[in-house]
Design a protein around this ligand. Structure first.
Ligand code: ARG
Length: 401
């Protein structure tokens, strides 16, 4: 029986050419798998037909947009996940859901190998292959760009020679990856890290210098998940989409960073994630009133570690699963409403209310009605400073300073 290879297919030039290229290099049949993670653009059916037109024996398309929002974006939101304090893990969280569907398709169509279009320099190859190793340990992995010398020039020549139904003339100097959680743009002119991004790079966000009138929004959460916007019930996918639109119109969620890749390279990335950044901001502010101090401090560390694991391709790892359990436990009382103004590139919280709040007006107030007994503070401070005071006396005795 002819060997079968399942290919992660985007519909773009490289993966379209990869179908025939893999076929010629290995003699295997290629099954194209396209996964909708809310990236927008062409319909799945158009992409399916193109895969078949490029020589795929089967084309499998999966609408995973709700699955992606519920099972990947929401955990990232609960973790307030920002890699290196900036990047909301847009591409990093999409790879595991794509992997899930690749492995599913491999089983369905009897494939022994999974292929993807990543280069040998990035994080995504690691995320795909570690994910596949975990979910389908018997499956082999191959990357035509990395392993079969499929360069961009060769891809264009191959497409033209075979008359593939794909545009080869449109020259986009950027490498772009996008889904409902955001959009990542790299390479080209941006590789000079002193160059400011030009306007044409952006798609999810409008220029914040010319904002429309401020937009006030109320986001309601239940146990860490957005459930309504301005009182209208929403699913997680709808919440992200609605905020992509409204925060995007105000230029919220533009990010320009040099980040540490897993393979040891520092790389310049431009992201735009209006919905994700608005949601993370609102969620964090709701946690500020509903999560107890020590739990909140520890959770910040856990969230950072969670982000690193996910960035590093460890979505399906035991440690990530354990951290998920901790984060889930902290979300029990993260319910309530956050009011925020979206304007001029910023999402600024200006009101919060919650039935499960730890904010106690009578303790906090400086007005009459104060229930806080200020006389307790003296003794507390005395004891709190004791340890450092004892040490400082010793320092003076021993070192004379
Ligand atoms: N650097 C980001 C990450 O590793 C984004 C990668 C996006 N991929 C792309 N082909 N532009 O998650």
């Amino acid at each position: 029986m002819t060997e079968r290879i399942v290919l992660a297919y985007s519909g773009g030039l490289d993966t379209s050419v990869a179908i025939g290229w893999i076929g010629e290099a290995t003699g295997a049949e290629v099954i194209a798998v396209a996964v909708d993670v809310g990236q927008g653009g062409e319909s799945l059916e158009t992409i399916r037909q193109r895969a078949l037109g490029c020589g795929a024996v089967e084309a499998y398309v999966a609408d995973a947009s709700d699955e992606f929002a519920n099972e990947y974006c929401m955990p990232a939101l609960k973790a307030n996940a920002l890699y290196q304090g900036h990047y909301p893990l847009v591409s990093a969280i999409s790879r595991p859901v794509i992997v899930k569907h690749l492995v599913k398709a491999a089983r369905e169509f009897g494939a022994t190998t999974v292929a993807h279009g990543c280069t040998g320099k990035g994080n995504d190859q690691v995320r795909f292959e570690v994910g596949i190793q975990t979910l389908g340990p018997d499956l082999k992995c191959i990357a035509p760009v990395r392993d079969l010398a499929l360069t961009r020039d060769k891809a264009i020549a191959f497409a033209e020679e075979k008359g593939l139904p794909i545009e080869t003339t449109k020259k986009n100097p950027y490498s772009i990856d996008q889904n409902v959680w955001g959009r990542a743009v790299e390479t080209g002119y941006l590789e000079d890290i002193w160059n400011a991004p030009t306007k044409d790079i952006y798609d999810y966000t409008a220029t914040p210098e010319f904002p429309p009138a401020p937009d006030e929004v109320i986001i309601s959460f239940e146990a860490g998940i957005p459930v309504a916007i301005d009182g209208v019930k929403v699913t997680p996918l709808q919440a992200i989409k609605e905020l992509n639109r409204r925060a995007g119109a105000q230029g919220v969620g533009r990010i320009d960073v040099v980040e540490d890749r897993l393979v040891g390279i520092k790389s310049r990335e431009i992201y735009e994630a209006p919905g994700a950044m608005a949601l993370i901001t609102a969620h964090k502010h709701l946690e500020d009133i509903t999560v107890e101090r020590e739990q909140a401090r520890f959770k910040a560390t856990v969230g950072q570690r969670w982000s690193e694991l996910v960035y590093d391709g460890q979505w399906f790892s035991p440690l990530k699963r354990s951290l998920d359990a901790f984060i889930e436990d902290t979300q029990r009382y993260v319910s309530g409403d956050i009011r925020m103004t979206l304007h001029g590139g910023q999402a600024i919280v200006n009101g919060r209310r919650s039935e499960t709040s730890l904010y106690d007006f009578d303790l906090a107030t400086y007005d009459t009605g104060d229930t806080f007994d200020q006389s307790m503070a003296r003794g507390f401070i005395e004891l709190w400073g004791m340890s450092a005071k004892v040490a400082s006396k010793r320092d003076l005795r021993v070192d004379g300073k």
